[in-house]
Design a protein. Structure first.
Length: 131
């Protein structure tokens, strides 16, 4: 005879594992979606206060446009990679952007901390870029 309580317990455990797996997946997806926005905010922190809010807003809107252009709205990994590449580019050049907008004659002094070869050798392959 079949033990009905064992089948019921197995079914409940399988259902709980599925539910928890879906919740973890959604949590990871949400956090990965937020990461490019965090990088944009970090890039914005390198700008002067008087232009920071406008540029963060513009860059965030541009990110949305880039994701739509690549038709990546329903593709979480592609959306993450595209967003991170865009955000890293902004972060890498934010000091130079700030210098160009603030003091065009001192633009050469705005060397970015992120432009070192060691950093790009480590991160470049992940982002699919060559520096």
């Amino acid at each position: 005879m079949i033990d009905r309580s064992g089948i019921l317990i197995g079914f409940v455990v399988a259902l709980l594992v599925t539910i928890i797996g879906d919740m973890v997946s959604e949590e990871v997806r949400t956090r990965l979606d937020r990461l490019p926005h965090l990088v944009i905010k970090l890039a914005g922190r390198r700008l002067n206060d008087d232009i920071r809010t406008q540029f963060i807003s513009d860059w965030t809107a541009e990110l949305g446009g880039i994701i739509r252009q690549h038709r990546a709205s329903g593709l979480p990994i592609t959306r993450f990679v595209i967003g991170l590449r865009f955000g890293w580019g902004l972060l890498r050049t934010a000091k130079q952007t700030n210098a160009a907008l603030s003091r065009p004659d001192e633009q050469q002094d705005a060397q970015n901390d992120w432009s070192s070869g060691d950093y790009w050798e480590a991160v470049g392959p992940f982002l699919g870029t060559r520096h």
